[in-house]
Ligand binder design. Structure first.
Ligand SMILES: Cc1ncc(COP(=O)(O)O)c(C=O)c1O
Length: 477
């Protein structure tokens, strides 16, 4: 059964739309509402006559606005049934909030997933780890907390960062995302509130939703965290947990300073909210700068998530949880209902990689820095009306478009063989259709080509009648 929306409700939502000319302003306003989810997909819009009456405009205004919506891909007419909302690229594009890595497609430049290819040392580490495997083959091979030598090696990385860690505080998981799912399973009951940044990494918010959590979004602005606003949200909602990405936040690339961490830790302590700190990008400081202290050194209750995916390779499928000792039993109980341990061989590979981490990471960071610079130069040159702040680390540019047409640009880019994720994918609760995320995870020449095709896509979108919004609204949900 399809949903409908009344003319009076639409009139309330579009109130104050730009009337110069009115049809374009109305089309803009409706595009924004559909793009950010406030008018759901597949919803039947009011008839032209009803909307004309409710808005007190001419019939031509509504007719032309609906035409512009259809041309922009935000509505479709169904014979005899009315006008229904859609988004360019279809429902899957808008509703599949998870960032799905796609199988290899030789022609497409896939920038949907912000994950780099493997460093050159990886194959040798796999080969060497084969020699470490035989002693394990006589046992059952299940290590719900992780291989002891990997737990030790990971704990040592925290020691080196000034956060003393017992190997028993580490649980190795098949990736950081699974780590998040284990934590959600262990610490949330249906209806519990969890503060999340918006924009944020959508697969993690999905894991929280699946555990029944109610998400409480807190905006991360294009300029960074507004800690007063976070404090107000914590005071008003007393969430049980807060999922945070202080290290090169995905997707904005912001890095939280030591002073901000200290301040945020104090707010969390006051609200009795336990932070879940996702450090997936922690090793990706691209300017050679020293990193701020781990969040857990400001607030010992912190549960930290780590990942091998960005520092080494996503195909290893290894991540981990670092938690206070007293939480480990609870985490183990939650974990065994999901899986019984990460693969032994990959863990042995990671022990080898950690032993040689400095050289591998230095090389990796240099490659990523060059790719970042190639992408940012190409965007600056080819998309001069797009804005971004250049992150000092991480994996992606968070670009702000003049107007709210990111979903349309992503769909046009896809037609040109470039896959990028539009802002609404990262929004905890709709909005952000003025942003796209473009990772610098491919070689420089591919990134330059991708920017060229995205610029073509942008030229098409901006030339549409409902083009980029002239009011330059910024939606930060
Ligand atoms: C913030 C964040 N957390 C977790 C993940 C997923 O990591 P993994 O591959 O270890 O599951 C990603 C991947 O993009 C990420 O950006």
């Amino acid at each position: 059964m399809s949903r409908t929306i009344s003319a009076s409700r639409v009139a309330t939502l579009v109130e104050g739309f730009d009337r110069s000319p009115a049809y374009a302003g109305l089309a803009d306003a409706l595009t924004l509402l559909i793009g950010d989810g406030r008018i759901g997909l597949g919803t039947r819009l009011p008839s032209e006559r009803e909307l004309t009456d409710a808005l007190g405009v001419s019939r031509t205004t509504v007719t032309r606005a609906y035409v512009a919506l259809r041309e922009g891909g935000y509505a479709e007419a169904r014979q005899g049934a009315g006008t229904f909302t859609r988004v360019p690229g279809g429902r899957a594009r808008a509703h599949d909030r998870a960032l799905l890595p796609r199988p290899g497609d030789s022609d497409a430049i896939d920038l949907n997933c912000a994950a780099p290819s493997a460093p050159p040392q990886l194959a040798a580490a796999y080969a060497a780890a084969a020699a470490d495997l035989p002693p394990y083959l006589g046992g059952h091979g299940y290590f719900p907390a992780g291989l002891p030598e990997l737990q030790r090696a990971i704990a040592a990385t925290y020691d080196a960062r000034g956060l003393p860690t017992d190997p028993a505080q580490i649980m190795v998981t098949p990736g950081a995302l699974t780590a998040g799912a284990v934590i959600a399973q262990a610490f949330t009951s249906p209806g519990d509130r969890v503060l999340v940044e918006s924009p944020t990494y959508p697969n993690a918010t999905d894991a929280l939703r699946h555990a029944g959590a109610r998400l409480v979004p807190s905006a991360v602005d294009p300029d960074g965290w507004d800690l007063d606003a976070v404090a107000a949200t914590l005071r008003q909602t007393s969430p049980k947990l807060a999922y945070l990405i202080p290290d090169f936040q995905n997707p904005t690339g912001h890095l939280m300073t030591d002073a901000q961490r200290e301040q945020l830790a104090a707010h969390l302590r006051r609200a009795h909210t336990v932070p879940i700190v996702d450090e997936a990008h922690q090793e990706l400081a691209l300017e050679g700068q020293p990193m701020p202290r781990p969040f857990a050194s400001f607030l010992p209750e912190t549960i930290t998530i780590g990942s091998a995916s960005k520092s080494f390779w996503g195909g290893l499928r290894l991540g981990w949880i670092r938690a206070p000792r007293e939480q480990m039993d609870r985490l183990t109980q939650a974990r065994v209902s999901l899986d019984l341990g990460a693969p032994v061989y990959e863990q042995l590979v990671m022990v080898r990689l950690l032993a040689d981490a400095t050289a591998i990471l230095d090389e990796n960071r240099q490659r990523l820095r060059e790719q970042r610079d190639a992408l940012s130069s190409a965007i600056t040159e080819l998309l001069p009306d797009w804005r971004f702040h250049l992150p000092t680390g991480g994996l992606a540019l968070w670009c702000r478009l003049p107007g709210t047409h990111a979903t349309a640009v992503a769909a046009e880019a896809e037609r040109r063989g470039v896959i990028i994720a539009p802002g609404p994918v990262f929004a905890a609760e709709g909005g952000l259709d003025s942003f796209v995320r473009i990772p610098w995870t491919r070689p420089a020449d591919e990134l330059t080509e991708a920017a060229r095709r995205v610029a073509e896509a942008w030229a098409v979108v901006r030339s549409r009648p409902s083009g980029p919004s002239r009011t330059n609204r910024v939606m930060v949900a």
